[in-house]
Design a protein around this ligand. Structure first.
Ligand SMILES: [Zn+2]
Ligand SMILES: [Zn+2]
Ligand SMILES: [Zn+2]
Length: 184
């Protein structure tokens, strides 16, 4: 199914998460299940198409694989692009093997320890989740559903429901409180 861009109304091909005309991220990107992979263009992160996300995630899970060639969507017609994994620091890189150019790549996943730290005890400063505006409950924290983002610093941790903040970062680059960027 083709989809129409919210911003410029361009009709895009099936499976894409980014408008090929204006490069804005498709709104539904936040609703797609599973991990998402994105590459960086200046200040913005652009999601790979769904097939490429699947390919990247499968290769990433196979710990022996250090690099793969991209072959779906845009990359089917434009071969020569590879992604090299950095499982230690999460700083993956896309390489253009023709020009030698590189781009930063990030993996967004609900359980990624590079992004989220599980907070199992809320204590006095439990507060609300700033995404859904609901109270954070100790019961939710005990079952692993409350997290803070690794890159947030400062004395007061910013806490969220895991699924809420995961949806948020799929279409936003920064923490909604302190504006720290998700993987620099
Ligand atoms: Zn557009
Ligand atoms: Zn929430
Ligand atoms: Zn923050």
């Amino acid at each position: 199914m083709v989809w129409s861009c919210d911003r410029c109304t361009f009709l895009n091909a099936d499976g894409g998460l980014t408008c090929s005309m204006c490069f804005s991220t498709r709104t539904e990107a936040k609703d797609f299940e599973g991990s998402q992979w994105q590459w960086r263009a200046g200040d913005i992160w652009i999601p790979y198409d769904l097939d490429s996300c699947g390919l990247l995630e499968r290769a990433f899970q196979e710990k022996r694989v250090s690099r793969i060639s991209l072959e779906h969507g845009y990359f089917a017609e434009n071969p020569g692009y590879q992604v090299a994994f950095d499982r230690t620091r999460g700083r993956h890189v896309q390489l253009n093997t023709c020009s030698g150019g590189t781009r930063s790549v990030r993996r967004l996943a609900e359980d990624d320890p590079m992004l989220f730290e599980t907070v199992s005890t809320l204590g006095a400063s439990r507060g609300i989740c700033s995404i859904c505006q609901l109270d954070l409950e100790q019961e939710e924290a005990s079952s692993g559903q409350v997290v803070k983002m690794i890159m947030c610093t400062g004395s007061e941790p910013h806490l969220f429901h895991r699924s809420c903040i995961f949806q948020w970062i799929k279409i936003n680059v920064t923490c909604p409180y302190c504006k720290k960027s998700v993987i620099l």
